[in-house]
Ligand binder design. Sequence first.
Ligand SMILES: *Cc1c(COP(=O)(O)O)cnc(C)c1O
Length: 436
Amino acid sequence: MKFISTNRKSPAATAKTAVMTGLAPDGGLYLPAQMPALPGSLSEGLEHAAFSEVCFETSSLFLKEECPAAELRSIAEDLSRFEPVLKPLSGNSFVLELFHGPTLAFKDYGARFMAHLMSFFNRGENTELTILVATSGDTGSAVASGFHLVPGIRVVILYPSQKVSPLQEKQLTTLGGNISALEILGTFDDCQRLAKEAFLDIELASRLRLTSANSINIARLIPQSFYFIYAAALLKRLHGRRHEPVVFSVPSGNFGNLTGGIIAKRLGLAASKFIAATNANDVVVNYLKTGQFKPRASVRTLSNAMDVGNPSNFVRLLELYHHDHRQMNADIFGAAFDDEQTKQCIRDVFKSCHYPLDPHGAVGCLGLSAFLGTAASGCAGIVCETAHPGKFIEVMQETIPGAVALPPILAEVLSKEKSSVVLDPQFEELKAFLLS
Ligand SMILES: *Cc1c(COP(=O)(O)O)cnc(C)c1O
């Protein structure tokens, strides 16, 4: 299996090159060159599939030439420690909990899978690999947790001082070991600029093995197809829904999660529709309506992990649909919602189903309702619940007081001592740190 760039100006790459470099040399994002079919155990036999089997079989389709089966099995076993849970919400609606990983958000699947693959491809190298990540909050903690204590790899996180939540900051700064947190006296944009400068610096390149671990890495995309396939298995096995068409509602920001779902469909998953549910950052929803893609600056919302004005995975979606707006509309239904609607949905669903949706899941739930309002009935709808509501405890307290407690794993993080290195947003400071 080779991986091709969305810009089509770079040669096809091996999985190792695609994973270790992230971005293609022509600036495009990697996609699999082919979409092989799921094996029988995940098509006709899907009803009986375990999560580890879904992970193993699906990752084998893309990686088996470069990564031995025993390795892929052990990665699959590791991801199974936080397998997704499918719960009925009401009638034909279900919620797919993707937040049982160490940082309580779906990004744990991608981050952990990427950490395993990078570590595998890094074996046999004599020098340490340094992974540099700029974060505005959640990505950094998932990446840090995924790579924590992985031998041969050091992770350096850049985050903007005072601009991440206290909980996010503790998640970034309390791991220790091979994880260093650099607290930049500037904005998220400063952090991104510093990381970019580091990747372009010739001296750093000659003295360190430096790579990024951001969300565009193909190793984060592949595992985001697993749980769509597994959810369809659970729907049949646990909930007896063997024949209904399945629709997935995906609360979206950079559209990596949704792209994972579309890949699952290309591999053969029987899903009749994907719903791209967004907050006020609705450039993709507008594209679906008008055929015009107009990126713009992001605005802040309650579902802040989706506050993205120029979604990085949109180019992958365009490529997957041959830049044809009608083809994309045939698979994807888009809908956008504001913060008031999000809070109302949290209240309504808690009242009627006793289920506390987090703000991101609530946007997904609104998207499903909007779609079911337009569609013939008889579909089973699955809302991806991308984070534990306890991560947004202030919003939850205000919206459905008393319904959600801080999860123990987060309470424990909050009680730990912060350890960070404070730097001015100057490249020379970062460089000196990296070389020290
Ligand atoms: C990152 C994130 C999203 C958005 O996922 P994309 O793949 O960027 O579309 C949604 N919800 C939560 C909780 C997230 O952390």
